[in-house]
Design a protein. Structure first.
Length: 211
């Protein structure tokens, strides 16, 4: 048990190391060819739209966070409320990093498939998702590791539940909001592509299909 406790104290360092790895992967993705000017133009439009959506979603989530933070502070315990805020912030930051990486990796995956085939395209797509995966795990280690350092005793360990509640709440809303955003893109592809332009469903000439 003593060995386990020692390793637990290193959790924040592992979290920082994971974030550094995620940053290195993102930097590698950014340095890969992004295709023709037309491909980049479409990719930039998708990236801009996705980030605007995320910004709008986070503005609404800020209201939810403020209300729950106040209730936890008042009814449960101030430290649980602060832990909730930390978990929510880590989850939102992970979503931000994941969205940036995914929207940058999309067009580079297409270019890799066109230029080098399936192997490189799979590697590019996997790397884009790895940024999000590493960010979630690393921020969880970092946040919980710091909280455990201060509140890792039987008397205060209940404060750590606030972090889990904050992180999972934001993840839940992000999943629902992301599904709605995806469905909106699908409807847009149908209306503009099939109805107005006469482009068949799932045709790559329709930017909404790529989104």
């Amino acid at each position: 048990m003593e060995n386990l406790s020692t390793w637990t104290l290193y959790a924040p360092l592992f979290g920082v190391a994971g974030l550094i790895c995620a940053a290195m992967i993102y930097s590698w993705i950014k340095n890969q060819p992004a295709g023709s000017e037309k491909m980049q133009e479409i990719a930039d439009a998708i990236h801009e739209g996705a980030m605007v959506f995320l910004q709008s979603e986070y503005k609404l989530l800020a209201i939810f966070i403020a209300v729950v933070f106040g209730l936890l502070f008042w009814k449960i315990a101030p430290m649980t409320a602060w832990a909730f805020l930390g978990g929510a912030s880590c989850s939102m930051f992970a979503g931000f990093l994941g969205m940036k990486a995914a929207t940058r990796a999309n067009v580079r995956t297409s270019e890799a498939a066109r230029d080098s085939g399936m192997g490189k395209a799979l590697n590019m797509a996997f790397s884009g998702g790895a940024v999000m995966g590493l960010s979630v795990a690393s921020l969880g280690l970092l946040g919980l590791g710091i909280l455990y350092y201060f509140f890792g005793t039987p008397d205060t360990a209940q404060y750590l539940n606030g972090f889990a509640m904050g992180a999972s709440s934001i993840a839940l809303f992000a999943r629902v909001g992301g599904g709605i955003y995806t469905k909106a893109a699908d409807v847009g592809a149908d209306l503009v592509g099939k109805v107005e332009a006469g482009i068949p469903e799932d045709d790559p000439r329709n930017p909404a299909t790529i989104a």
